[in-house]
Write a protein that binds this ligand. Structure first.
Ligand code: FAD
Length: 377
């Protein structure tokens, strides 16, 4: 009897950790290699769509996430100056009933910590930046890391994000495209608003820019905002790059007073260049596959990038359930065939930046269940 399939996952981000937890459920021996030497609590919010929550529920994380996140009545969409409601996407109990799981607004660090809690510490190797990868003739894969360590596994799942080195090793892909737009973002304590009431979750639509503002804690004690606006000369894409609050405030002058209040109270801010990429022709080569942003990065305008990576993990675990080493390449092809149409549609819809700006049928996004969707033949 061969032992359990061993899979090396590159990257302990949202997709890598969700995949590790999902693969362990079907008896796969998983090791996650992450370049960072420790997990940092990044100052950002994250919307956890009902579709992602269905996956997270089966990974045992629902109670923890409900307990630590904000449960919005809706995602409201309003005009930047008049405040007119363009479309109010109702969540809360009615959407939970309709889509089969809640829609939650979380601190990104809380979601990441929840995912990390679903993977035993001994399965995660921090401080391991992948630099080399070889598929050897016996069907296994050899990995080389910047710290001098090496490892072998039956297969590799590269969840190494938008600048995936594994993607570059496997395929001659064009670099990710800078969209010419940047995002300012931050989280801060709601006490800084000095008692001013703001909407729970609203996207304020301007002519060439927008700002999304929402709470990330159940008691409204912390809020988050993220913008999108043109700035063709700023190309730094890093969770730690700082922005200038004064410039930010200036670029949203004239917006509704609520936006002014939120920006006036904001102590500091991060700045991020927004990247995009067309769908890749292929995700896998032999016993190595890409997953998450590594193969389908997207603009953040639908708040679905992490949700897609998390769904990927669930579908991949179903494709690999019961597979042996010589069946892995087929399982990876099946994974790609099951997922690509959906992730491409989300990439393209997100790029258009019209999601929920007017009446929108969102059933195809939030109604999807990665645990039950038919697998491709
Ligand atoms: P990542 O989370 O980027 O993880 C990649 C990991 O791989 C990192 O930990 C990295 O350190 C590691 N790594 C990279 N290279 C190596 C290497 N060579 N060796 C070892 N490790 C390596 N999505 C949502 O669903 N909802 C939202 O509300 C939302 N809001 C967003 C707001 C902004 C401003 C942005 C930029 C994105 C947002 N997203 C949102 C998208 C989401 O953040 C990404 O789609 C998601 O993080 C992708 O997960 P991933 O695991 O593929 O990649």
């Amino acid at each position: 009897m061969p032992g359990p399939l061993s899979i090396a996952i590159i990257g302990a981000g949202m997709g890598g950790l969700a995949t590790a937890a999902a693969l362990r459920r079907v008896g796969i021996d998983v090791t996650v290699y992450e370049q960072a030497t420790q997990f940092a609590r990044l100052g950002a919010g994250i919307q956890i769509g009902c579709n992602a929550m269905k996956v997270l529920r089966r990974l045992g994380l629902e109670d923890r996430l409900r307990g630590g996140s904000f449960y919005p009545r809706s995602w409201n969409n309003r005009d930047w100056s008049t405040g007119e409601v363009k479309f109010d996407m109702i969540f809360g109990e009615s959407a939970e009933e309709k889509f089969g799981a809640p829609y939650l607004l979380a601190h990104r660090g809380d979601l990441h910590a929840a995912l990390a809690s679903a993977v035993p510490d001994e399965c995660i190797r921090l401080g391991h930046r992948l630099t080399g990868l070889d598929q050897i003739t016996d069907g296994s894969v050899r990995l080389v890391f910047a710290n001098g360590a090496t490892a072998t596994a039956d297969a590799v799942v590269a969840a190494d994000g938008v600048h995936s080195v594994v993607r570059d090793m496997l395929f001659a892909t064009a670099p990710v495209k800078f969209t010419g737009r940047i995002a300012y973002r931050t989280t801060y304590p709601a006490t800084l608003l000095g008692g001013e009431r703001i909407d729970d979750c609203t996207k304020w639509w301007g002519e060439d820019r927008h700002i999304v503002i929402y709470y990330v804690k159940p008691d409204r004690s912390e809020l988050y905002f993220v913008t999108s606006q043109p700035e063709p000369d700023f190309r730094i894409e890093s969770w730690s790059a700082k922005g200038d609050v004064g410039e930010l405030r200036k670029s949203f002058e004239g917006f509704h007073p609520q936006v002014g209040q939120v920006l006036a109270a904001c102590p500091d801010v991060h700045k991020w260049a927004i990247m995009d990429r067309d769908a890749l022709p292929r995700w896998a080569e032999g016993n190595v596959t890409l997953l998450g942003d590594a193969c389908h990065p997207m603009t953040p305008y639908m708040a679905q990038g992490a949700a897609m990576a998390i769904e990927d993990g669930a579908v991949l675990s179903r494709c690999l359930d019961g597979a042996e080493r010589d069946g892995v390449a087929d399982a990876f092809r099946r994974f790609e065939a099951t997922r690509k149409e959906r992730t491409t549609r989300v990439q393209e819809t997100s790029r258009a930046n019209t999601w929920l700006r007017g009446r929108t049928n969102a059933d195809w996004v939030y109604g999807y269940d990665a645990w039950t969707v038919p697998l491709a033949a």
